[in-house]
Design a protein. Sequence first.
Length: 719
Amino acid sequence: MHKRLALRIASLAIITIAAAISAYPQQAWGDVPYETYYKDNYNRQYKIQTAYMPSAALGNELFIDDPEHPGQQTFSPLNQPQDLFIDEDDNMYIADTGNNRIVHLNAEGQLVRVLELKDKPLNRPQGVYVHDNGDIYIADTGNNRVVRLDKDGAVLKEFVRPESKLIPDSFKFDPVKLVVDKRGFLYIATLGGYQGLLELDPEGQFQGFFGANKTSVSFIDSLKRLLYSREMYEREISKLPGSITSVDKNEEGFIYTVTKEVRRGQLKKLNIAGLDQLAGKGEFADTLSDGRYGEFIQGAKNGGAHESPQLNDLTVDGDGNITVIDTKLNVVSQYDGNGNLLFYWGGSAGDTTTKLGLVKLPTAIASDSAGRLYILDSENNVVQKYELSEFGRLVHQANSLTQDGRYEESEPLWREVYRQNSYYAPAVLGLAKAAYKRGEYEEAQKLFRDAGWAQGYSDSFWQNRLLWFQNNFGLFMNIIFAVLIVGWVLRVMARRFGGRLLKRSSREARRPRSELAGQLRHALYIVKHPLDGFYGIRHEGKGSVLSATIVLAVALAAYGFMRSRTNFIFNPSVIVEPGVINALIQFSVVWLGFVIANYLTSSLSQGEGRFRDVYTGSAYAMLPLAAVGIPLTVLSGAMTLNESSIFYFLQYGLYGWAALLLFWQVQGVQNFSVWEAVKNVLLTVLTLFVIAILIFIVFSLTSELADFIYSIYQEVAIR
């Protein structure tokens, strides 16, 4: 009896634990030495199921015929390999740079042959590419050439630096990576070639530079160009665009490139005109338009957000998914054909032993016909092989259908992905698209919001809004008709009883009003007559600290309402963390700093305003936040991206209006001319920066002093 009871309790415990585990997204199945992550549209990182699992280490047991002992073999390991290519039959070709050779392995990783040129040996080759016809192209970096071999290894052609007036004299032909299209045209990435890929025809004639990166110009650079003389600017170090590190192509003919040493546009998908098709990360272009690629693991010890990803190579699989490797952070990131993140993973291989799945120095990556990944480790001289997990395969299948526009077919697959991990945003997005396709716009709107896709949410809301107008058109017209009738009646009554009402209002106007009410009414008067209104604060006593504090409190409440309630398609931060308290503190500190700085500079400039006058006028100047901000925030809930120009026009107009009122406050309260007010505002901003720097220094010194006192206390306490 007791045994049965114990068995039932144990079974119930196992079921409970299993249910708890299945309800929360887990990392992986099996012993995987790294963790896989996803970063949603709001930059929140989630740990997800393993997408790729390590299955084998290849190329670490290479034996070739011993030339000194015929009939025997000798161990010949890879030596600093730099490139890896997999052909349509899944044969692997490795640019074994340190050994000056190309190593050919079959699909199982067994050695087939070693390619070494006898007449003119290879010299540190860093790239290899195999054409569909079997020809082998080698980027022979040390010899400044590209060699074309037939499938048997015989030399067919040698490509050297082409002769053309369009090529600058400073250009060095040091090929490192290359691809060849169906026409036989070569696209070559050269060492330090900031001009882009060198394009050659099958005969080696120069056709132009392709897919060059653009020079990024910062605000400081623009300021230097504006302020420096020509001689001073020419002495500055030339700012050149990043040089392409590696290149790949897909079956459709798109050219893919990766670039190191840049913060944006590291990954590109170029069409025949050399235009990037991944600008803004495809689906999420409305909120993530910075063009950054290469992920980092938040909280990792290898640099994380403080280090820029250094993408070294990429591969494109049969479904169009793009996988890139980072040589600095040891992170592998995979994106779909539109540039949307699918997952990323990584981990350090350590300093001593090689562990399956971990790479010490990734230099190349390739994929085979089954979607398996192969990463070349140039420090451990090995190729790590990765198989798709069930979760990864499910995501690929569902996403492939979604990319083809077959949303309803992808829905069951996305539901299974969502069941396994409800935090995985691509699954939510796939379900949202399926719901939109079926005409379930309310469900689609909710899912698009959860996925963080503003365009999809806007389209769904537009459909819901249209349906609402169609269903309530009669009621809407009746309301408009009733409003018109009421307006007509009021006008008739105004004509008939206008004289009596005017006399009554004049009698009421002569009644004494409270001083506070008059001051608040004066704040509204400033909106129409700013210069006269601000002048009245100083010289006519039409303002007070109490009324200013009330107006400021209303403005702060309106600002907090704007930050927390604006439609998420115009303010994505409302989904993640509105941060209203921090925003209000920042607003208050900046506003108070402006008041103090303006009073100080005005006092030195012989301004007439007292501190209370500056405080009162600056508070009244914030009235547009309540007058326009609150209605605009409410209105944003009924707007779509089609009306975004209206929203942003009103929003920028709101802030511009407040800024103008602050300027007129300086002019009116201090009794300045326009030019005097301009100089005063500029000095105020400069003083505000100085105050901020002084506060930072004081806090830093205080922190250092506190640490010093605490260290002395510890020393005394120990002794």
